[in-house]
Write a protein that binds this ligand. Structure first.
Ligand code: NBP
Length: 484
């Protein structure tokens, strides 16, 4: 058997098959394997017919066909399936070989796998793959991280199959050590949750508040796509609004309003809580999906309260422009929070993430691709340590200009009963971030009152802690001071 294939891919579902075809288009010879081996034959006889793609009916056959260092990419269901394949591959591989996990794995699993495989001399790479089926086929966004020693061998393959920006730059670069690739992909998915929910909130404002029909909303989203909001998600929203059901009515009106989720948004929120980062918008987007799932309860409660959304009166064109500005501003906050989370994770894990590169990787190929990411890259290129995106001159100016419209939309939504959890959470976050003195002084006093948790004083150096006997009947003993 000739040992000349460039890479082996395990997993012939939608992502695996399309990535293999993409690699083949780019001149790489790929060996394909799948647990259910009938799918290997179907693939070779179907989409892969007439290509250089070869198949394997066992892992041993797959490994035997690979050139050295062997590169094996897993495109299988995340979780124990990945561990099982790694265990089965281990006896077949040699030191210096590379295992890549391209599934949606949780980054602590990738941290662990890299350490475990390093003990066997195997380089582990966990890579985020975004862009769904079409991205995989014609150019995904790829976010590889893990054993840096593997990157020189992977770089030509990954950068050639990745999406390219208009300037021809590949939407793939080395992210960093350990599970950082999967971490960045997780935050990408969280941002996707936020972008989608923000768009949904605008849709409800337009439909239930302003009384726009599907055709009118389709036009609004098309127009927005010609503004700074230009993005894949705005574009597909316009497309979706144009689709009719068999009876000629908008298909969107027939779709049940309960959203599903696969966990990456939840992981992002959990991680933000762990790291103490106020990731309010993405967390609200996850909760909005949870609330949507309570369909029966919501319907009963609506009847019980006799609740209804009030019409939004006033000049429609003015409201639509206000809504556009509010959406843009809230989106800036969402990305700003996502980058705050990555910054903290990078510091704590010593990943040394390059945020300009991350923005670049998301510029094309993935679900959150947008013109806006080019400006984010510029912001981090001019200040790699930027603590909050809104401090960059370009984004600061948009936030300042949009604030009046954003407040108007948020206030009207609250007044009219239109739920806009992400839009309003983003505004509250910014108001809090711009507030030099928050009411946390009272909070600290409360904590000290009931639990002797101590407080710091504005007229004393940071790090000195004080306890007051607030009632006159408490003792002098303070609780241990620590932050969870
Ligand atoms: P799936 O996530 O549906 O996984 C299908 C593959 O996993 C098949 O090869 C299947 O083999 C294999 N598999 C399963 Br399921 N259980 C197995 C087991 N117990 N032992 C061995 N193999 C098993 O495929 P996908 O949608 O192509 O996604 C692949 C990865 O990429 C996933 O981690 C996914 O989260 C991630 N991802 C998906 C998308 C997307 O848009 N779909 C986008 C980005 C990332 P079988 O054929 O024998 O059942």
């Amino acid at each position: 058997m000739r040992m000349n294939a460039d890479i082996g891919v395990i997993g012939l579902a939608v992502m695996g098959q399309n990535l293999i075809l993409n690699m083949n288009d780019n001149g790489y010879k790929v060996v394909a394997y799948n647990r259910t081996t009938a799918k290997v034959d179907q693939f070779l006889e179907g989409p892969a017919k007439g290509t250089n793609i070869v198949g394997a009916h066992s892992l041993a056959q797959l490994v035997a066909q690979l050139s050295v260092p062997r590169k094996v990419m897993l495109m299988v269901r995340a979780g124990t399936v990945v561990d099982d394949f790694i265990q089965a591959l281990l006896p077949l591989l040699d030191e210096g070989d590379i295992i890549i996990d391209g599934g949606n794995s949780n980054f602590p699993d990738s941290n662990r796998r890299m350490t475990e495989l390093a003990e066997h001399g195997i380089h582990f790479v966990g890579t985020g793959v975004s862009g769904g089926e079409l991205g995989a086929r014609f150019g995904p966004s790829l976010m590889p991280g893990g054993a840096a020693a593997a990157w020189p061998a992977l770089k030509p393959i990954f950068q050639s199959i990745a999406a390219k920006t208009d300037a021809g730059e590949p939407c793939c670069d080395w992210v960093g050590a350990a599970g950082s690739g999967h971490f960045v992909k997780m935050v990408h998915n969280g941002i996707e949750y936020g972008d989608m929910q923000l768009i949904c909130e605008c849709y409800q404002f337009m439909q239930a508040g302003l009384g726009l029909n599907a055709a009118q909303m389709q036009q609004v989203f098309s127009d927005w796509n010609d503004s700074e909001l230009n993005s894949y998600l705005i574009e597909i929203t316009a497309d979706i609004l144009a689709v009719k059901d068999d009876d000629g009515a908008p298909l969107l009106d027939k779709i049940l309003d309960t959203a599903g989720q696969k966990g990456t948004g939840k992981w992002t929120g959990i991680n933000a809580l762990d790291l103490g980062i106020p990731l309010t918008l993405i967390s609200e987007a996850v909760f909005a999906r949870c609330l949507s799932a309570l369909k029966d309860q919501r319907q009963q409660a609506q009847q019980l309260f006799g609740a209804d959304i009030s019409a939004v009166s006033g000049d429609r064109a003015e409201w639509l422009e206000a809504l556009r500005q509010a959406l843009l501003a809230a989106k800036i906050i969402s990305y700003a929070q996502g980058f705050m989370l990555m910054r903290e994770a990078s510091e704590q894990n010593h990943w040394d993430l390059n945020f300009g590169n991350v923005a670049m990787m998301w510029r094309g190929g993935c679900i959150i691709r947008s013109a806006f990411l080019g400006n984010i890259r510029d912001a981090f290129e001019s200040d790699p340590q930027l603590p909050f995106l809104g401090l960059d001159p370009y984004f600061k100016q948009i936030l300042q200009q949009s604030l009046p419209a954003w407040r108007k939309v948020a206030a009207k939504a609250i007044e009219s009963g239109i739920p806009m959890p992400c839009m309003t959470a983003a505004l509250s976050f910014l108001d809090g971030y711009l507030c030099g003195r928050l009411p946390a002084n009272l909070l600290q006093a409360q904590r000290d009152y009931f639990g002797a948790h101590t407080y710091e004083r504005v007229d004393r150096p940071r790090g000195e802690f004080f306890h007051t006997d607030w009632t006159g009947s408490g003792g002098d003993v303070a609780s241990t001071t620590y932050d969870a």
